[in-house]
Design a protein around this ligand. Structure first.
Ligand code: B12
Ligand code: SF4
Length: 480
């Protein structure tokens, strides 16, 4: 009989964002959909349950999954979602002890053995990219054989936890099948609240990766735990087909190229832009990309704008050169100013991501960051507090110094208590800095006037008023 695999995005967003949930994006669970696509290619019966997007409770999610009678249940897990993922698996196993449970994603990739030790209801962890691993796993489990021979997994055997040899990242992404988009309902996916300011749309949202990996080595970033270091790209034809499918079959209005650094491969970017224009998608879609300030090229930015790209997001992180160096961000303040200027000249809207509380941060260096954020001409910002995610150098730093770390559920949501990394700034001061950064940036008269002129003034006004109320509620509940 055909085996059934249910892949679940465990509900976590309500827990992470509380009153701010309406402003955050709801992305399709691309990791699970990639796994679904390789399984479908093997003629395995796959269901994807995005219980997070539907905003189900954990208990309802367990009920739904159990009702489907699966042979295997796979879940994706970030550090911040692990407490909920653990609770889902233990409830599921209690109801349904014979099911085989699998976990993939950044958390188990960073801490393979530790994760299985901590969560006894997870049978198998998939480390790094799961596309090849999961197919080999299914084939072997169906035939019956020893799991030891499959690279890139961690599993239980005779009471022990075994981690197999490392699996190298997939060299040739061309061999991966198209994403199984048909397994999700696109009406659930939407971009960030501020995407609405331009054209009034933030949904339906489609996401496309043009490659995997990043050219950076920032020491707070956990991206390499799954994708390794270095970059690989999908063939242009595959990217074009994916965009065509998303627009024509699933009717997306907003497209996010979700690569860590979209602009790194200039030739590919220009070819994608030519395609977007040729198809007329530049008139239909609102497009957003993320980038690094050291990969910016003026003519390419102009071409991107012609091709319908409206937003570019930069990871600026700090306004202090010493802190940028301490982050191994490998960029300069000059490059930041230059990238913002060129993006602005190209007609793009800019969103900057900033961070306070990194190693060696003091009140004064954090003020440099707030000052730079206010000096740069940009349309939206986010201010995060540094978090030591497993697999990063700053996590190792915390372990070496005996810095107390909280439960995984407190690793990440915008409004969990900060984890101070330095004696110079305690949790209270970090919260104060973030609050000050937000009010100094958003309450400037010049910024507000600019926003009402550049964007749909009514959409901006409504959003700001709602955001103000949501933050007020968060503050009352002592989370912001
Ligand atoms: C999109 C995204 C989001 C989206 C949604 C995620 C989603 N539904 O997939 C949103 C905006 C909600 C989000 C939120 C957060 N995110 Co985020 N996000 C990303 C991002 C940019 C892309 C994820 C993606 O689609 N990747 C592409 C797919 C193909 O890769 P993948 O998901 O890893 O899946 C592969 C493998 O992991 C594996 N796999 C994954 N799942 C499974 C399951 C099974 C069964 C198997 C077999 C294999 C498998 O196989 C897949 C194919 O190879 C990544 C960065 C990155 N480069 O990946 C960060 C990233 C995952 N996010 C991160 C973080 C920190 C967060 C936040 C905590 C940020 C914050 N401070 O609030 C929040 C947590 C929210 C919460 N709910 O609590 C970190 C995670 C680090 C960690 N150890 O947890 C990452 C790695 C960014 C980084 N640079 O460090 N995020
Ligand atoms: S540039 Fe972004 S994705 Fe790349 S390593 Fe740095 S933080 Fe991570």
């Amino acid at each position: 009989m055909r085996k059934k695999v249910v892949l679940v995005n465990v509900p976590s967003s309500e827990n992470a964002y509380h009153n701010l949930i309406d402003f955050v994006a709801v992305f399709p669970p691309l990791g699970l959909l990639s796994i679904a696509s390789v399984l479908e290619q093997e003629d395995i019966n796959v269901v994807v349950l995005d219980a997070d997007a539907i905003r189900m409770s954990i208990d309802d999610t367990v009920d739904h999954v159990a009702a489907m009678g699966p042979d295997y249940v796979g879940v994706t897990g970030m550090t911040a979602t692990m407490d909920l993922v653990g609770s889902f698996f233990s409830k599921l196993k209690r109801r349904f002890p014979e099911v085989t449970t699998l976990l993939g994603g950044p958390h188990v990739s960073a801490l393979p053995k530790g994760t299985l030790e901590e969560y006894p209801d997870i049978d198998i962890g998939v480390i790094g990219e799961g596309d090849e691993t999961v197919v080999e796993l299914m084939q072997l489990m169906e035939k019956g054989g020893e799991l030891d021979i499959i690279p890139g997994i961690v599993f239980r055997k005779n009471g022990a936890i075994i981690e197999t040899c490392i699996r190298q990242p997939i060299k040739n992404l061309a061999k991966l099948p198209p994403i199984s988009w048909h397994l999700v309902d696109f009406s659930m996916y939407r971009s960030y609240g501020w995407n609405k300011w331009v054209s009034g749309h933030r949904e339906p949202l489609g996401v496309v990766f043009t490659g995997r990996g990043c050219c950076g080595r920032c020491n707070f970033c956990a991206s390499h735990c799954v994708f390794g270091h270095g970059l690989r790209f999908y063939p242009l034809e595959r990217i074009k087909d994916e965009i065509d499918l998303l627009v024509k079959k699933f009717g997306i209005r907003v497209l996010y190229f979700q690569d860590d650094t979209f602009t790194v491969n200039r030739k590919l970017v220009n070819e994608i832009c030519d395609f977007l224009i040729e198809r007329g998608y530049h008139k239909k879609l609102e497009i957003m990309v993320s980038s690094r300030v050291d990969t910016i090229h003026a003519p390419t930015l102009k071409r991107m704008r012609e091709a319908g790209v409206r937003w570019i997001c930069f990871g600026v992180e700090s306004g202090n050169q010493h802190i940028l160096d301490r982050m191994q961000k490998n960029i300069t303040i000059e490059q930041i100013r230059n990238a913002f200027r060129l993006s602005r000249e190209a007609g793009l809207f800019i969103a900057g991501n900033f961070m306070v509380g990194h190693l060696e941060e003091t009140w004064n260096t954090a003020m440099d960051t707030i000052n730079l954020a206010c000096e740069l001409q940009q349309d939206y910002v986010s201010f995060a507090i540094a978090i030591p995610f497993p697999g990063t150098d700053i996590y190792k730093y915390c372990l070496e110094r005996g810095i107390t770390l909280p439960a995984w559920g407190k690793f990440g949501s915008v409004n969990s208590p900060p984890i101070p990394l330095n004696d110079s700034l305690n949790a209270r001061q970090l919260m104060d800095l973030r609050r000050m950064a937000v009010s100094r940036f958003f309450m400037r008269k010049s910024y507000l006037c600019g926003m009402f002129m550049r964007f749909n003034a009514w959409a901006v006004f409504v959003d700001f008023a709602r955001m103000y109320l949501a933050l007020h509620r968060e503050r009352k509940e002592k989370r912001f």
